[in-house]
Structures are given as structure tokens and as C-alpha cells.
Design a protein around this ligand. Structure first.
Ligand SMILES: Cc1ncc(COP(=O)(O)O)c(C=O)c1O
Length: 427
């Protein structure tokens, strides 16, 4: 697999380099040179999840890693289901929260851990990543206890849910967590600065596990295929998928799946009040506002990292950006949407409810809607219980961590302080 840096097309890397490096020079994202297209989608969809996902990954990765090894790695990473659940007659949800940290990030985090282990061998690696909530937990659990790997996770202090925090800040061992006085964009900026620091990068063997890492995106492509495989054949040509979006990794993966031949009529990019993309699609102006805190905190991102990949893909495929549907959902409407789902007998959480609201609003007669359920409602227990006025049971993954002490360090949003911390980390 060959990939190029979107900021400097002359920088070209293979899959192993892209997985190890995360980002290219000048913080440029890597993008695949060849975009595979499957000619016989029906046969592909007829396979089981792990076999099909291995085939999809092999098509992207090529002969750089043998098909057998890819199949073994995929099997180890994807050991939990992604069920499609009917919510209304013409609307279903793809539940992506049945992994160890109860969020869609488990797919990307676990596949990345497998691929990094495959391409790094014995070389020591320090994973430095920023999280708006769920990436941290998925990455921490995927790499916990792995030999030659240290993980450092930055998150905005007080801006993620208490249970989200417990899930990854109580592990210890090779997992180090830092609560930054700032928002997610500030955390992301610190990570980017670290990747521009050549000495630091070399000294620590830095790698980012954000959704910017290509192995995570490839993992996410697979569950879009899984969703369509579970839906009746009759809706395949009329499928509209609504994606709750923050950093736009999930939507990028969905569009890559469509580019590979998955029948999706259109996508809806659903954001909260941090609506840089929906505004851009209307007026053509990229004008990020200051990030505001919302109920769907994992999507509190006003400068979405993956957007350049979407622009590139649209250009490469000859698509038009105007065909991408998008919208913003306020906190008030998010609550209304959660209550509407509850009345249908489906307990949701703010992120999925945002996607459901826009889907409901935009779905045309004859179309079938699918929204991504990106996190288990219990991850947002406090807000979900307050909004729905009912108690949620804690799944065992959360219950075992809920009363453990937090092991995080507090830090100002200051690159010098973070750099000193990183350099002093023991192996
Ligand atoms: C629960 C949840 N939903 C949606 C998103 C948005 O996904 P993306 O950043 O890929 O747009 C996130 C991202 O962290 C998330 O944690």
C-alpha cells in the first residue's frame, strides 16, 4: 500500500511507515494512492464479519502484509459484534459499542494495536494521543500491558464524562493519562506540536493513535460493510447513513467504503453546535468558532482533523461536496431526540441521538435510514439518566472501574511542560 502526504505529495510512505508515523511532514495526513473497488459486492457481503473485513483490509494494504497475517490480526481485533437494530420501520441503528470500552473506537484502537505490533517488531513505541472522550479508553485498553509500548493520553480536564474518565485513567502500568486545562482542540494542538519536534519524535519513537492513523480508518471501513450485510437486500440502493461527527474520522471511513463500492445513497454528517463543516458546506467558508461544550462532548471539535481527507477523496472520485448532507443539532434538540428514541423503546445517548434526529428530518419516502450508535448510553450515565428520568444499569466493563482512583496528572496547556513530562517517562 502506498500513501502520500496531503500537504506534500512528494512524501510517500508504505502502510508500515504510515502506521508507525501516524502523521507526515508538516502534520500532513496520509492518504491512499490506490483506492480499491470491489466488483462483486454481493459475494463480499455474504461473508462473515471477520472474513469479509480481512478481505477489505487486504485490498487496501496489498501484499505488504500477507492475507493470512491480516486475517489473524483482524480476528484478534474484531472479537465482538456490531449488530444492526431496528428502531422504526424505516430506520435502524448500527450498534458499535459492544467492545471492551463500549464505543466505536474499539474497532480502530484494537486493529491499530494489532497492526502496530505487526510492523514494529521489537522497536519501542510511545503512543501520544488526544481524546475528546472515547479514543483514550479504546487506545488505552487496546495497548494495555503490551511490551515495548507506552501510551500517553491527553484529555480536556472536566470536559469528558466521569465514567469515560474512569475507563482509561485507572489502568496505570504502561498507560499514562494527563488532564489538560483546556479544550480538546488544545489537547490536539499539543499532540501536533510534539509531532513537529524532531528530537522528541526520535527520542520517544512517537506515534499517534488518533483517528488520523490510517489503520484506524481502515478498521472503520469494515463496519459499514457489516451494516449493509445485515440489512435486507431490498434497502441496499436506498440507504442513507447518518454519522455523528466530531473529528470526521468515522465519516471519512464511510466515504471510503462507498468509494470501494458499498451501496450508500448518501451520508449525513451530523454535528453538535461545533458546526464548522455544516456551515462550510452551505457557504464555502472554513470558519471554525471557539469550541463550545455540549452534551455530546466527544464531538466538541471545531477543527476536525480528518476533513482534508474527505476533500481529497471527493476530488479523487469526482464527487461533489454538495452531495454530502450535513446539519447541526443543538443540545435542546438532542434531548428531544433522546426522548423520542426512548418513547420508541430504544435507549440512546447524545451522540447517536444527534445522528438520529437529522436522519429523521432528512429521510425521503422510499429511503431506509441507518444511524451510527457510537457509544453505549451508560458511558454518559449522568446526562442520560437526567434527560430520560430513568436509571441505567452499568455494564460490567464500567462497573469494575467506577470506584477505582484516577491516576491522571493535571497539566496546563503548555507544550514545554508536556515535553518535559514525556522526556522523563520511564520505560
Ligand atoms: C461517542 C462518539 N460519537 C461520535 C464521535 C465522532 O467521531 P469522529 O471524531 O470520527 O467524527 C466520537 C469521537 O470521539 C465519539 O466518541
Amino acid at each position: 500500500m502506498k500513501l502520500y502526504n496531503l500537504k506534500d505529495h512528494s512524501e510517500q510512505v508504505n502502510f508500515a511507515q504510515a502506521v508507525r508515523q501516524g502523521l507526515g511532514k508538516g502534520q500532513g495526513l496520509f492518504f491512499p494512492q490506490d483506492l480499491p473497488e470491489f466488483s462483486d459486492i454481493d459475494s463480499l457481503l455474504a461473508l462473515d464479519f471477520v472474513t469479509r473485513s480481512s478481505k477489505i483490509l487486504s485490498a487496501f494494504i496489498g501484499d505488504e502484509i500477507s492475507a493470512d497475517v491480516i486475517a489473524k490480526r483482524v480476528k484478534a481485533a474484531f472479537e465482538f459484534p456490531a449488530p444492526v437494530v431496528a428502531v422504526e420501520k424505516n430506520i435502524s441503528t448500527l450498534e458499535l459499542f459492544h467492545g471492551p470500552t463500549l464505543a466505536f473506537k474499539d474497532f480502530g484502537g484494537r486493529l491499530m494495536a494489532q497492526m502496530l505490533a505487526e510492523v514494529s517488531g521489537e522497536q519501542p513505541v510511545t503512543i501520544l494521543t488526544a481524546t475528546s472522550g472515547d479514543t483514550g479508553a479504546a487506545v488505552a485498553h487496546a495497548f494495555y500491558g503490551m511490551k515495548n509500548v507506552r501510551v500517553v493520553i491527553l484529555y480536556p480536564r472536566g470536559k469528558i464524562s466521569p465514567l469515560q474518565e474512569k475507563l482509561f485513567c485507572t489502568l496505570g502500568g504502561n498507560i499514562h493519562t494527563i488532564a489538560i486545562d483546556g479544550d480538546f482542540d488544545a489537547c490536539q494542538a499539543l499532540v501536533k506540536q510534539a509531532f513537529d519536534d524532531e528530537e522528541l519524535k526520535k527520542e520517544l519513537g512517537l506515534n499517534s493513535a488518533n483517528s488520523i492513523n490510517i489503520s484506524r480508518l481502515l478498521a472503520q471501513i469494515c463496519y459499514y460493510f457489516e451494516a449493509v450485510a445485515q440489512l435486507p437486500k431490498s434497502v441496499r440502493e436506498q440507504l442513507v447513513i447518518s454519522v455523528p461527527s466530531g473529528n470526521f474520522g468515522d465519516l471519512t471511513a464511510g466515504l471510503l467504503a462507498k468509494a470501494a463500492g458499498l451501496p450508500v445513497k448518501r451520508f449525513i454528517a451530523a454535528t453538535n453546535a461545533n458546526d464548522t463543516v455544516p456551515r462550510y458546506l452551505v457557504n464555502g467558508k472554513w470558519e471554525p468558532n471557539a469550541t463550545v461544550a455540549t452534551l455530546s462532548n466527544a464531538m466538541d471539535v471545531s477543527q476536525p482533523n480528518n476533513w482534508p481527507r474527505i476533500e481529497e477523496l471527493v476530488k479523487r472520485k469526482g464527487w461533489a461536496l454538495k452531495d454530502l448532507d450535513a446539519g447541526m443539532v443543538s443540545d435542546e434538540t438532542t434531548k428531544v431526540s433522546m426522548k423520542a428514541l426512548d418513547a420508541l423503546g430504544y435507549t440512546s445517548e447524545p451522540h447517536g441521538a444527534i445522528a438520529y434526529h437529522l436522519l429523521r428530518e432528512r429521510l425521503q419516502p422510499g429511503e431506509h435510514g441507518l444511524f451510527l450508535g457510537t457509544a453505549h448510553p451508560a458511558k454518559f450515565k449522568e446526562s442520560v439518566e437526567a434527560i430520560l428520568g430513568k436509571e441505567l444499569e452499568l455494564p460490567k466493563e464500567l462497573a469494575v472501574r467506577a470506584n477505582l482512583p484516577l491516576l491522571s496528572h493535571n497539566m496546563a496547556s503548555d507544550f514545554g511542560a508536556m515535553r518535559a513530562f514525556l522526556m522523563a517517562l520511564p520505560w
